[in-house]
Design a protein around this ligand. Structure first.
Ligand SMILES: [Zn+2]
Length: 149
């Protein structure tokens, strides 16, 4: 069985049918959408910050009800946090702090799915970190719900 870079089973609950078809197309292409060779093809939002280990951007398919949905993508293809260097962890901590300050985010949630996507709900296996924040002052506020397993 070839390496699976994406998991179409984990896109089903996303209300945006476009996302499901994008992930299905990537699966047919048999490539990793977050590796540098393919990132520009599949990810059209600008890279807002680049460090030694990470690229910072916004999610092209933000979860419903997010005000901010930032992705911090590890530059090298790894799939587990056990492969992260200490330097990469430290950089990630700094990036989270910088993004929260620069975007003036008063509260939010940070998470990283890692490893076998059957256990995580991730649609892309390449290690990336999320920062999501809701919009409670919006009159149509609803909570952010997503799958983490
Ligand atoms: Zn990759």
């Amino acid at each position: 069985m070839p390496q699976q870079f994406v998991n179409t089973n984990n896109t089903q609950q996303r209300p945006d049918g476009k996302y499901n078809s994008v992930i299905a197309d990537i699966q047919k292409d048999g490539v990793c959408p977050f590796c540098s060779e393919q990132l520009k093809k599949y990810h059209k939002n600008p890279i807002t910050k680049e460090t030694n280990y990470w690229l910072v951007t916004t999610n092209m398919y933000p979860y419903k009800n997010t005000k901010h949905h930032i992705l911090i993508i590890h530059k090298e293809h790894i799939q587990s946090v056990t492969e992260l260097s200490e330097a990469a962890w430290l950089e990630l901590r700094r990036i989270y702090g910088d993004v929260i300050n620069e975007s003036n985010i008063p509260g939010g949630t940070m998470f990283i799915r890692f490893g076998d996507t059957r256990f995580t709900g991730a649609s892309v296996a390449h290690l990336h970190a999320h920062l999501v924040s809701s919009d409670p002052d919006n009159g149509e506020y609803e909570p952010i719900l997503t799958r983490i397993g």
